[in-house]
Design a protein around this ligand. Sequence first.
Ligand code: HEC
Length: 171
Amino acid sequence: MIQSRLALFASGLLALSAIAATALAQAPAAPQPDYHPSFGDLMTFAVQPRHIKLGIAGKARNWDYAAYEASELRNAFGRIGRTVPVYRKQALPDMFASAILPSMDKLDAAIKAKDGKAFDAAYKEVTTSCNNCHTGLDHAFVVIREPTASPYADQNLAGKAEGAKAKGKSK
Ligand code: HEC
């Protein structure tokens, strides 16, 4: 008798939880708030790290990676221009085209030619272009410089050179 009452109670609980689950499934999903990155956000996470990695890789003459990262940086400027089409009443894609892309073109040519000296000169020009734009848009206090060390401890930006050294050591 007690057993059958318990069984009844248990099946009642099961039914209740099934109803609760259905109610949950049918509740309209709360809308996810959209994240709209600001220009400063995009500079911080799409431009700055790539400028650093590009500099470290280029100085190590890691041309395959430098070619990849130069293209990533260029495409980031393209995406930022589409995300923030107008900044201070000026078309941002046009600003990138005049402020930074000419120096990026020189960088690409140097990487393609595997010309270390030309890379160093073009990278310097890219970095100056970053700062010229910051100054021109009232952000002169955002000062970019050439990185001297990589903050990315988990990534080999030097490419083969560093890999070869590590291999030699382990022998
Ligand atoms: C078209 C002009 C322009 C170019 C080119 C440009 N920037 Fe910027 N950058 C800005 C502006 C404007 C801000 C300030 C954005 C804001 O906070 O509203 C900024 C902000 C920044 C910041 C500040 C983020 C922070 O919180 O400290 C960094 C870092 C940065 N830029 C890196 C770079 C680097 C590296 C380059 C070159 C590879 C570059 N920028 C090229 C316009 C530019």
